[in-house]
Write a protein that binds this ligand. Sequence first.
Ligand code: GLY
Length: 333
Amino acid sequence: MNNNKSLLLFILCLIVFSILASCGKQSVVDTNFGLVIHGGAGTISRDRLSPEQEQNYRAKLEQALRIGYDVLAAGGTSLDAVEEAIVILEDSPLFNAGKGAVFASNGTNELDASIMVGKTLQAGAVSGVKQIKNPIKAARLVMEKSPHVLLYGDGAETFARGHGLEFVDQSYFYTERRWQSLQKARAKEQQTEPDKHGTVGVVALDKHGNLTAGTSTGGLTNKRFGRIGDSPIIGAGNYADNRTCAISATGTGEFFMRTVCGYAISARMEFGDVSLQTAAEDVIHNEIGRLGGTGGVIGIDKSGNMTMVFNTSGMYRGYMMSDGQPVIKIFAD
Ligand code: GLY
């Protein structure tokens, strides 16, 4: 009798264990995962970058990749991976986002950011914010805690303050290099200039099969104050749809808005049945290039294929996929 009871107990344990194991499998589908990042595209060549500067860029890009990768490898969401990786880049003076943001024509810093999740097509963005330390966090708050997609200026800041985000004085965004870029652009008859150390973006695919895209920028040096670029415009500088891909763009935003760059790549994949690489090359080289626009995109698709396409001499970029090997590139080769 005791033996029978033990056997029964053993079988029950086996059943319970199998059920628990199969539940676990449903929540984490261990498939391809990874992330792709950029730190801006532009006139970037070996003769303009000292070995020390190059090393600094490589180290910061790798740090951001590793932060995002760790989230993904632990079974976390692509949303968390994108946000955490972008915070690293926003906190660095090297890139035109957060701390290193460029100056508008009136000497202020006006920051834009957006985030989008491919599973639900939910999105959030802020534009023209001046004191939020990490605009990507504000973009996520807009997505998760408001019924809106894009909040601008004072309204965005009041909203972010109400949700406890960290605020800084505008002097936090002062860097001598960006200030000198403004003086140079002003001297060249008020031209706006895409900064060659530009906008940042991260796209990621997590183990659950979900895509997220995030983008953050200070915009263009010497832009008219009040100007809004492509980075906070969903479908232009940032887009994610689990059926196709996640895209983040960098470059002269007006061209990426006019060609609806992020959605244009996704739509080619969805309706034209072409690969991410083909779609991204077509939009960057044929659409944006044809209009005279410069810049690039990073993308990752639902199967874990990735792309990094640009029509400038270089783009700070990198990726880290399921194999755990970070790859960083700067120049065209
Ligand atoms: N792509 C960044 C901007 O134009 O604002």
